[in-house]
Design a protein around this ligand. Structure first.
Ligand code: DHB
Ligand code: FE
Length: 280
């Protein structure tokens, strides 16, 4: 049976790509952010996942406003990154696992999630940069990947409760895989940030910390909020925290916090990081 070794949740900001390309990890601006990651590297060394199921939101690279699936799952043999306009090196392609992708797709559809299946898919900074932060030493990402996209870009967005249920269904589907696989769930986005409008630069540290704490003992806490309330509390792009909620929901039973980091701001964003695992 496949085993979920745990969940990693992290923010994604395109500027991280520039920091990596410029080797700015020890720069005073970047150090408190990058210092969050060595404990995650040590944990990954220990739990040794074979596959990463990556929950993230595309920002217009693969899906644009003309066609915007609420939930999409990649089923490609490889996923390519593309330069999103920062002039930084594009990262090597990511290995997919079409057989696993299709297994997940079939399970999710059977569990009444109407998803879009993507046999070709470009992956943007929300996918590529977290994987580079988690495995910085390897030239290319050392685990196979299954991308899962949740729309947080074009309204209407799926509710927090719906995203929680999706994550739970992903966890149950993986637990049913008749395969001796070790799977890590990765959720990327958030925490509070707003990139445009009158509240550009908005950050809500109190809410972010309460949300991070809730993921351990009360993971459904954030599902009480409507999308309007989440935008009010976290900013228009802060709703990307739905990825954290879904990624956490994939873990069955009681959990423990392995590691957490929170630093504000990185670019316009409250940068959070957590590793959570099931208590054996
Ligand atoms: C920023 C944050 C994001 O989540 C994103 O997708 C793009 C930019 C930022 O803070 O610059
Ligand atoms: Fe984003």
């Amino acid at each position: 049976m496949a085993k979920i070794v745990g969940t990693i949740t992290t923010s994604h900001v395109p500027a991280i790509g520039r920091a990596l390309a410029g080797k700015l990890q020890d720069d005073p601006y970047w150090k408190p952010f990058f210092d969050g990651f060595p404990p995650v590297h040590a944990w990954l060394e220990k739990v040794k996942p074979d596959v990463a199921v990556v929950l993230y939101n595309d920002h217009g690279l693969n899906f644009f406003l003309d066609k915007m699936p609420t939930f999409a799952v990649g089923a490609a043999p490889q996923y390519h990154n593309a330069d999103e306009g920062w002039g930084i090196p594009t990262l090597p392609p990511y290995q997919g696992d079409p057989a696993l992708s299709w297994q997940l797709i079939e399970d999710l559809v059977a569990r009444e999630f109407d998803i879009t299946t993507c046999q070709e898919m470009l992956v943007d900074h929300a996918f590529s940069l977290p994987l580079k932060l988690l495995w910085p030493a390897s030239e290319s990402c050392p685990v196979r990947t299954v991308p899962v996209c949740i729309n947080t870009v074009q309204y209407p967005l799926p509710s927090a409760r719906r995203c929680y249920k999706l994550g739970k269904a992903i966890g149950e589907a993986i637990a049913g895989w008749d395969d001796d696989l070790r799977v890590v769930i990765i959720g990327t986005g958030g925490l509070s940030h707003q990139l445009d409008g009158e509240r550009a630069g908005f950050i809500n540290k109190d809410f972010d910390l309460a949300f991070m704490e809730s993921l351990i003992a009360d993971p459904e806490w954030a599902t009480q909020f409507s999308m309007e309330e989440l935008v009010e509390k976290t900013g228009t792009q802060g709703v990307e925290l739905l990825m954290w909620l879904a990624a956490r929901a994939a873990l069955p039973g009681a959990v423990r916090k392995v590691h957490a980091n929170y630093h504000i701001p990185i670019s316009n964003t409250a940068a959070g990081l957590m590793v959570i695992e099931t208590v054996a």
